[in-house]
Design a binder for this molecule. Structure first.
Ligand code: 4FV
Length: 248
């Protein structure tokens, strides 16, 4: 999986890629990530990447030409990408389904904005899509770009040691995750649920599926409209709903 990230803060992005499964994935050549300093695609001696907004108003806007030159250079050196993603609050919301779609591509370019935003012509002429990681305003697109790389990289075979854990990730089936416990069996008077100590794998699996459904129903009921549930999960959900109706 190939990523090219365009940013005015290459060190920040590099640091965000250096650790954990993504860092190891890069070391092991499972992920090919290149960071591009936008200022290397400026032509003036002040290496200017931003300018005042037409029409006035506060703040600065990222100039189009350095970003257009950067993407041209990536095309010339890294090949034509499958997607040029602009990270911004105006984009489509990033979901696990979007992550899976991006994971199906070979080469993704990520454009990181700063200041008030990026000149609209970059959106029109360079970006193939726009993604947001959530309805809040950040100071830059670098963290969203790292979120995309992290989430997509987990789907690359071998990046996450145990494939099972990727398949059992939250949202991989459109549900919230079940609770997790580890030693010690009791903390501050709070014990680990007996079933998890039973060694009864079928019972453990059933409990985890039940808890994932219960949590999803309690915290994110709308997710149940799109989650792909199998027969056992549908039966468990009916039970949970009946319990809820029974509870005073
Ligand atoms: C953002 C988001 C985000 C907006 C102006 C960067 C900032 C600044 N990007 N999901 N939420 N971007 O807040 O993707 O340039």
């Amino acid at each position: 999986m190939k990523f090219d990230i365009v940013t005015i803060f290459p060190v920040m992005v590099g640091a965000g890629l250096a650790e954990g499964v993504v860092g190891r994935g890069i070391e092991r050549g499972l992920l090919d990530v290149r960071i591009h300093d936008l200022r290397e695609h400026t032509v003036d001696r002040h290496r200017t990447v931003d300018d005042v907004p037409y029409g006035g108003g506060p703040g600065m806007v990222m100039k189009p030409e350095p970003l257009m030159r950067a993407v041209d250079a990536i095309r010339a050196t890294r090949g034509v990408p499958d997607a040029v993603v602009l990270l911004s609050p105006q984009g489509r919301l990033l979901t696990q389904a979007e992550v899976v779609r991006l994971g199906g591509l070979r080469h993704v370019v990520l454009l990181c904005g700063r200041y008030e935003g990026i000149d609209e012509r970059v959106r029109q002429l360079v970006a193939t899509e726009e993604l947001s990681i959530g309805d809040y305003v950040l100071s830059g697109g670098e963290l969203p770009a790292l979120v995309v790389v992290d989430a997509v990289s987990r789907l690359v075979p071998g990046v996450v040691g145990d494939r099972q854990s990727v398949d059992e990730d939250s949202f991989s089936r459109g549900l919230l995750d079940h609770p997790h416990y580890t030693r010690p069996a009791e903390v501050a008077g709070h014990a680990v649920p007996e079933v998890l100590l039973s060694g009864h794998h079928a019972e453990v699996r059933r409990w985890r599926r039940q808890m994932a459904l219960r949590r999803t129903l309690e915290r994110r009921p709308a997710l149940l409209d799109t989650a792909e549930l199998d027969d056992e999960q549908r039966a468990l959900l009916d039970e949970i709903r009946k319990d809820e109706e029974r509870e005073p």
